[in-house]
Design a protein around this ligand. Structure first.
Ligand code: ADP
Ligand code: MG
Length: 695
C-alpha cells in the first residue's frame, strides 16, 4: 500500500489544493487575498445567526433573526398591490406570525397547507397586525423525527459574486472539521513567553469558536470584537505587522548614507537673517534632524506640522547642513507654484550666505537642467525624480507635502548617487497622523511633530451656512477687501473633470466681479498653463488682486499671509483633510481670519459631522481623529491604494490598546527568536512582506 503523505499544515497548504476549490474558485479566493488554507480560516464571519433554539412567537422582537416553529393556520394568495403568498402560523403562545412571499412557485404554495407544522428562519419585522417574516427559509417538521437544531451559531461570511455563502461555509467547515481532529495542523507561531502576553486563548480555539460560536456567547460582544478569540487573532496580526515593520526598518538602516557635520557658524548666520526666532517646536525638530544627518545611516524622517507651523525654515536648515559639507540638497514640492514659492524663500535666506538655489521647472532647458546637476541647492517638482536627473551628490532630499505624492515616489531617490550612498530623506506633511497610526510606526519613518504655531496667530473662526446666502457673502467680501484684506473663494465640483471645475470657477468669478465692482478679482484653475497660474498667484501675493477665485488647486502650501477670509463653496463635497488644508491658506498672518463653509442642502449625516468638526476645531489632530472615525485608516494619506494598512482581523481603533505592547514585543522577538518572528510574518503576510515595494 502506498504511504499517504502527512497532511500539510494550513499555512503551507495552497488554496487551490483544497477539496472543493476548482480553478475559478481559487482565482476568486486569491483575488480576495486568500492564498493558503490559513488565510481562508481568517475570512471571518461578518455576523452570526442563531439557529440553535426555537423562539416562541410571543417572545419575538423586531429586528431579531430567529427560528420559529408553528402550525399553519391559514394560507392564501392575495393580489393587493402585488401578488403574494401569505401564510399564517401559530405556536400556541397566543400570537401569530405572518410569512410573506413575493416570489413563489406553485409547488411551494402546495407545500404549505393548513395544519402542517413548519420551522422557519428569518428576520422578524413589525407589520400592521403583529409580526411578520419576509421570505423566511422553511422546513417541514416531521413529528416522528424532529429535525435537529444547530449546535453553534451560524456564520454569515462576506461573500462576493461567484463565491456564495454556501460555498464559503462548506469550504470552511471542511477545514474546521479537519482542525478539530488534528489541531497540530495549525501550530501556534508564538513562543510560550510571548503567548503569556497574548489574550488567553489558543489560535485553534480562536478560529474554531469564531466560525462556530457556542450558543451562549453574546452576539453583541462578537460584533464588537470583544471576545478573547477575536483579540487573540488581532494580537497576532498586529504583532506580525510590527515585526515586519521592524525588519524593513532594519533593512533601510543598514544601507550606507553620509555623515554630515553640523556647521554652527553657518547656522547662526542663517538664523540671524531670518527676522524671527524659531519656535520651541521648530527647534526641537531641527535638533532631531541635525542629529539624524550626522549619522552615517540614512535618515527617513517624517515631519508633521499643521498648516502654517513653519516647516519650510526647518527644511532650509536641513538643506544647509548638506550644503555646508560640500554636498547637495534637493527639495521637492507638489506643484511648480509651490516650488517657486520655496525658491523665493530659499533665495532670500541663502543668498546672504553665498548660496544660490536653483529652480528646475518642467519646461527648463536642457542646459539649465544640466547646470542644476551640480548646484548646491535644487528646488523643483517630482520631475527631480526622473531617471535622466543625474545629480552629482544629493545628500539630503526634502519632500514637501508628501501626501500629494504616492508613497512610492519617494523611493526613486535611492539610486541618485553614483557612490551608491543613500541620501537622507525628510518628508514634510501637514496631514496629521493620528496617534494610533503613528504608533504602528507609520511606513517605517521616524516621526517628529511641530506642535506649535509661530506667535501671534489667532485661530481661524469658521461658520457654516447654506449656499442660498451667496449674495450676503459677496457683500461681506466687498467689505473685507475695502478694509485692505484679501480673500479666497474656492469652488468645488463633484465631477473630477477639470474642464467642468474650471467652468464653474469662471462663472463664479464673473458673477463676483459683477457684484463687486471695486474688488479686483483673479482666477486660477487647473486648466490654466503653469505660467498663467503663476502670474495670477504672484499678483495675489503682491496684493495686486483682492479676491482669488480658485478651484482646489490652492489647497497645498500657498503662503499669502495677508489673506484672511476664505469661502469654500459646497464644502460638504470635500473630505476633512482637504478642508483643513484649504482653510490653512488663511490664518497665516497676525490678523483674525475667517472661513465660511457653504453647502447645498440637504446635508447627509456624514457631511454634517464633517462640517461641524471644521466649525468646532482648527486643531489638525482632532480633525484627523474625526476623519479616522468617519473614513477608517485605509483612506488616510492616500494609503488606500498602497494597501499599507489593510488588516484582516485587527481594527486599529478597536484594538489600539495592543499597539504599544506589540511594538516592544516585536523587537524582543526579532532579537531573541528570529525564526519565530519570520514564521509569524509569513503566516500573516505571505512570503514577501507587503512593504517590500516601498523604500
Ligand atoms: P507650513 O508649515 O505650512 O509650510 P510655512 O513654512 O509656509 O508653513 O510658514 C508659514 C509662515 O510663517 C511663513 O510666512 C513663514 O515665514 C512664517 N514663519 C515660520 N516660522 C516662523 C516663526 N518661528 N516665527 C514667525 N514666523 C514664522
Ligand atoms: Mg509648506
Amino acid at each position: 500500500m502506498k504511504k499517504a503523505f502527512p497532511p500539510k499544515p494550513f499555512h503551507e497548504r495552497p488554496i487551490a489544493t483544497l477539496k472543493g476549490v476548482g480553478p475559478s474558485i481559487a482565482a476568486k479566493l486569491e483575488k480576495l487575498g486568500m492564498k493558503t488554507a490559513f488565510d481562508l480560516l481568517l475570512h471571518l464571519p461578518l455576523r452570526w445567526q442563531d439557529r440553535t433554539r426555537i423562539t416562541p412567537i410571543g417572545a419575538l422582537q423586531p429586528g431579531d433573526s430567529c427560528v420559529v416553529q408553528g402550525e399553519i393556520l391559514h394560507t392564501e394568495i392575495t393580489i393587493r398591490k402585488r401578488r403574494m403568498l401569505l401564510v399564517q402560523i401559530s405556536d400556541g403562545t397566543g400570537m401569530r406570525l405572518m410569512l410573506r412571499y413575493f416570489r413563489f412557485s406553485k409547488a411551494q404554495q402546495e407545500n404549505l397547507p393548513k395544519g402542517k407544522v413548519i420551522r422557519v428562519f428569518g428576520e422578524v419585522r413589525r407589520s400592521a397586525v403583529g409580526f411578520e417574516m419576509i421570505h423566511p427559509e422553511v422546513r417541514s417538521v416531521n413529528s416522528e423525527q424532529p429535525a435537529a437544531l444547530e449546535e453553534s451559531l451560524t456564520p454569515v461570511y462576506p461573500a462576493t459574486e461567484g463565491l456564495s455563502q454556501n460555498k464559503l461555509r462548506s469550504l470552511i467547515v471542511g477545514l474546521l472539521d479537519e482542525l478539530q481532529q488534528q489541531p497540530a495542523l495549525l501550530q501556534d507561531p508564538l513562543p510560550v513567553e510571548v503567548r503569556k502576553q497574548a489574550p488567553p486563548c489558543s489560535l485553534v480555539d480562536a478560529l474554531l469558536n469564531l466560525h462556530r460560536p457556542p450558543p451562549d456567547v453574546s452576539q453583541r460582544r462578537l460584533l464588537e470584537g470583544d471576545t478573547a478569540w477575536q483579540q487573540r487573532l488581532a494580537f497576532d496580526e498586529l504583532l506580525a505587522h510590527a515585526v515586519s515593520m521592524q525588519q524593513r526598518r532594519a533593512a533601510t538602516r543598514s544601507q550606507l548614507g553620509l555623515a554630515l557635520k553640523l556647521d554652527e557658524a553657518v547656522k547662526v548666520k542663517f538664523l540671524a537673517g531670518l527676522g524671527f526666532e524659531l519656535t520651541n517646536a521648530q527647534n526641537k525638530v531641527v535638533a532631531a534632524i541635525e542629529k539624524d544627518l550626522q549619522q552615517e545611516q540614512p535618515a527617513m524622517r517624517l515631519v508633521q506640522g499643521d498648516v502654517g507651523s513653519g516647516k519650510t525654515v526647518v527644511a532650509a536648515l536641513a538643506a544647509l547642513q548638506a550644503i555646508a559639507n560640500g554636498e547637495q540638497a534637493l527639495m521637492m514640492a507638489p506643484t511648480e507654484l509651490l516650488a517657486e514659492q520655496h525658491w523665493l524663500n530659499f533665495q532670500k535666506w541663502f543668498s546672504p550666505l553665498g548660496i544660490e538655489p536653483v529652480l528646475l521647472r518642467g519646461r527648463s532647458k536642457k542646459a539649465d537642467r544640466e547646470a542644476a546637476f551640480s548646484a548646491p541647492m535644487v528646488i523643483g517638482t517630482h520631475a527631480l525624480f526622473q531617471a535622466d536627473m543625474q545629480f552629482e551628490k544629493p545628500a539630503v532630499a526634502i519632500i514637501d507635502e508628501q501626501h500629494r505624492f504616492g508613497v512610492h515616489q519617494r523611493l526613486a531617490l535611492r539610486d541618485k548617487r553614483s557612490d551608491g550612498r543613500m541620501p537622507h530623506q525628510i518628508i514634510m506633511t501637514a496631514t496629521p497622523i493620528p496617534r494610533t497610526l503613528a504608533m504602528t510606526g507609520y511606513a517605517d519613518l521616524d516621526y517628529s511633530v511641530i506642535d506649535e504655531l509661530p506667535p501671534g496667530r489667532q485661530p481661524i473662526k469658521t461658520v457654516v451656512m447654506s449656499n442660498e446666502r451667496r449674495p450676503e457673502l459677496a457683500e461681506r467680501i466687498g467689505a473685507a477687501c475695502a478694509a485692505g484684506e484679501q480673500a479666497y473663494w474656492v469652488c468645488t465640483l463633484v465631477e473630477e473633470s477639470e474642464a467642468l471645475q474650471a467652468e464653474a470657477a469662471e462663472d463664479t468669478a464673473e458673477w463676483l466681479a459683477e457684484h463687486l465692482p471695486n474688488v479686483r478679482v483673479g482666477l486660477v484653475h487647473g486648466r490654466l498653463k503653469a505660467d498663467q497660474k503663476e502670474m495670477v498667484m504672484k499678483a495675489f501675493k503682491n496684493a495686486e488682486l483682492d479676491l482669488l477665485v480658485a478651484t482646489t488647486v490652492v489647497e497645498v502650501g500657498v503662503d499669502v499671509p495677508n489673506a484672511s477670509l476664505m469661502i469654500i463653496e459646497n464644502a460638504e463635497r470635500l473630505g476633512l483633510a482637504q478642508l483643513h488644508q484649504l482653510r490653512g491658506r488663511v490664518g497665516r498672518g497676525s490678523r483674525q481670519s475667517h472661513c465660511v463653509l457653504t453647502y447645498q442642502p440637504p446635508l447627509s449625516e456624514n457631511a454634517k459631522t464633517r462640517l461641524n468638526t471644521m466649525r468646532d476645531t482648527t486643531d489638525g489632530f482632532k480633525i484627523a481623529e474625526a476623519d479616522l472615525k468617519i473614513r477608517g485608516p485605509g483612506e488616510l494619506m492616500g494609503t488606500k491604494q498602497s494597501g499599507e494598512l489593510n488588516y484582516k482581523v485587527a481594527d486599529l481603533e478597536r484594538d489600539r490598546h495592543w499597539l504599544p505592547v506589540v511594538k516592544d514585543l516585536a523587537l524582543e522577538l526579532l532579537h531573541q527568536q528570529p525564526d519565530a518572528a519570520a514564521n509569524l510574518v509569513v503566516r500573516w503576510m505571505g512570503s514577501k512582506t507587503q512593504y517590500a515595494d516601498v523604500g
